[in-house]
Design a protein around this ligand. Structure first.
Ligand code: ATR
Length: 243
């Protein structure tokens, strides 16, 4: 993988260059471009459209860029890999950005009973809850506060914890020992949230499995097997044979 550092104002120009990059199979998209890249792509999958974010882009032979979202599938697979069951659980999710949206839809699809979402920008949070309710009628989706109490699984899907002096994404004083606290931040592996959760007696789940569980899916999407695309964010009623 070659890291490409792109400022928001330059994203469109960089994508135009990438369209002409003849031996490129695709690329991974990360913060802060997962949502804003959508209108700049030539096509997105149904899963990416529903979630409203893209993190894996395939470049076809004609130079067209096709976006897909795999964060949610990776996160759910990461939990399952550790034997953490999702069905019927109540989940508190901090964040309402691209990664958080992907995770919210994948958790709903995986059968959570209740999903409480909290975010610094309330409007983004209400919008995500409204979109979830439209697609997943059987999941109790609600806007929450910074208090994660009363949920089985607590997830940080904000970028808080990436930098050393970031504030906590939620009220850690309200964590209870029976909760599982999961991260999406990979560096540092033990974020201040995970350290506080361990101190509170919670089981912790680090950020790296979300990416590790996506690697095969990303390789499939970018060339090896694009027809075997993961569509776990798409409800069964909306699945199409070809994306
Ligand atoms: P990604 O695509 O990686 O999810 P994103 O869409 O930019 O990135 O989302 C980042 C998330 O971290 C959002 O939930 C964001 O909250 P806002 O919607 O209010 O921006 C959250 N976040 C980023 N900086 C934050 C901060 N200083 N305090 C609290 N939340 C923050």
């Amino acid at each position: 993988m070659i890291p490409i550092h792109v400022q928001s104002r330059d994203l469109s120009t960089v994508l135009d260059g990438i369209r002409n990059w003849k031996n490129l199979a695709g690329f991974i998209v990360t913060v802060p471009h997962k949502t804003s890249i959508i209108p700049l792509l030539d096509e997105v999958t149904e899963a990416a459209r529903i979630v409203g974010a893209v993190n894996a882009v395939r470049r076809d032979d004609g130079g067209r860029l096709i976006g897909h979202i795999l964060d949610g599938a990776g996160f759910v697979a990461g939990l399952r890999q550790e034997g953490i069951s999702i069905e019927g659980r109540s989940v508190y999710l901090a964040g309402a950005g691209g990664a958080a949206s992907a995770i919210a839809f994948a958790l709903a699809q995986a059968g959570v009973a209740r999903l409480t979402i909290a975010n610094r920008t309330l409007e983004r949070c209400s919008d995500l809850v409204a979109r979830l309710r439209q697609v997943h009628h059987d999941v109790r989706s609600e806007v929450g506060s910074i208090d994660p109490a009363g949920h089985d699984i607590v997830v940080n899907a904000t970028s808080m914890g990436l930098k050393e002096n970031d504030p906590f994404p939620l009220d850690v004083a309200r964590l209870m020992p029976n909760q599982i606290v999961a991260e999406i931040i990979m560096q540092p592996e033990v974020t201040p949230l995970l350290a506080a959760a361990a101190k509170a007696g919670c089981r912790t789940h680090p950020g790296w499995p979300m990416l590790q569980c996506q690697l095969k899916l990303m390789a499939d999407w970018m060339g090896a097997n694009p027809e075997r695309v993961d569509d776990s964010a798409v409800p069964a009623s909306r699945k199409r044979e070809n994306i």
